[in-house]
Design a protein around this ligand. Structure first.
Ligand SMILES: [Zn+2]
Length: 357
């Protein structure tokens, strides 16, 4: 290297660091964003025992240093407000004004999204959000999970897994707040949950602790020491403005909370902690008649749903096991034995911790 090239190179680096104190690019798979830039592209999931697929990803790499926040939409392919919210976020954020890096997974489960399937992949019939951390040599859902684990989750500091009521679920908005019993990560996750701005916060205990058998997308982050929350905003496969805007506002508020954006986060003032919850499953296969609405207050014994055979004869009733709120109720007719019918939760005003009832 000649002396002149050395000094020219050095002064360019000094100039770049003055403009962008964060000097290194950020890479997800083949998608690389320089500081202050946005880059989008596809993670290629190669074919294996079944067809391959692609995962559309955007990296918004801030001009200033800060944490890496990953936002995952479309683990379930029939859940649209998260997908729409991330498109809007991409258009709204100016990476030059951002501290840290935002990774958007626009549609995690492309086979399910394009085939419009509920819960399960049309290719391997697996629920993507039950096969994390995935397998490099597994079926397509497992290979998607493996790609998201290794390329996105392991490079993140925080993760928000974005969901809504699937195509059959009438759901009121809520947040799942994982509890691990470890003080620091639990406090960080509680901070994220309160900053998102949705007042119903479901306490989620007993999730897997083995990083190699984490099952869920969010738990894959938590078992790797990265705070994560799960958002539910939207219902019945709709693409409504209110559910989409709620997600967009929540993400913006969380980004302010973790100091990636300037401004004051919109913290929930009066959270309603939901504990316990119970998912009620159908004792029979047939036609479902739902008897309550999303968000409805129910008493112990309230009739939630009736299941008939295909000719109209009642086969089973599903009733609430305790006083609570219907966080979601399946509100389309098809039902198979063992599938969820409703999730009932018991609202509490007390914060989680020692004062928990
Ligand atoms: Zn979902």
């Amino acid at each position: 290297m000649t002396r002149r090239i050395f000094w020219t190179g050095l002064s360019l680096i000094v100039l770049a660091s003055a403009l962008y104190p964060q000097a290194k690019p950020f890479t997800i798979d083949t998608i690389t964003a320089a500081p202050g830039e946005t880059a989008s592209g596809m993670i290629q999931v190669p074919a294996g025992t079944d067809a391959g697929t692609q995962i559309p990803v955007t990296v918004m790499h801030g001009g200033k240093p800060g944490p890496v926040l990953s936002l995952i939409a479309g683990n379930h392919g029939y859940e649209y407000p998260p997908v729409l919210a991330l498109q809007r976020l991409r258009a709204r954020i100016k990476p030059s004004e951002l501290a840290g890096t935002v990774v958007l997974v626009h549609v995690a489960n492309m086979p399910s999204f394009l085939a419009r399937t509920i819960y399960y992949s049309p290719i391997d019939r697996k629920n993507l959000n039950r096969v994390y951390p995935g397998r490099k040599d597994g079926t397509v859902s497992e290979r998607i999970a493996y790609a998201i684990t290794t390329e996105v989750i392991e490079k993140s500091d925080y993760l928000i897994d974005l969901h809504c009521g699937d195509g059959n679920e009438s759901l009121r908005p809520y947040v799942y707040l994982p509890e691990t019993g470890k003080t620091a990560i639990d406090a960080a996750m509680r901070g994220l949950a309160l900053a998102f701005g949705i007042d119903h916060i479901v306490l989620e205990r007993g999730r897997p602790t083995d990083p190699q058998a984490s099952i869920y997308c969010s738990t894959t982050a938590v078992t790797r020491g990265k705070p994560a929350i799960i958002i539910e905003s939207g219902y019945l496969g709709s693409s409504d403005e209110e559910s989409t805007d709620r997600i967009l506002r929540g993400i913006t508020s969380v980004m302010r909370h973790v100091k990636m954006l300037e401004g004051i986060p919109d913290i929930v003032e009066h959270p309603i902690y939901i504990d316990p919850i119970e998912v009620l499953t159908s004792p029979a296969t047939g036609i479902l008649y739902w008897k309550v609405e999303r968000g409805q207050t129910v008493a112990k014994g309230t009739l939630l749903a009736v299941i008939t055979d295909f000719f109209g004869k009642t086969l089973a009733e599903v009733r609430s096991p305790f006083d609570g709120v219907a966080l979601y109720i399946v509100s389309t007719p098809p039902i198979s034995q063992g599938e969820p019918v409703a999730m009932i939760g018991s609202p509490k005003r007390q914060a989680p911790g020692t004062s928990r009832p």
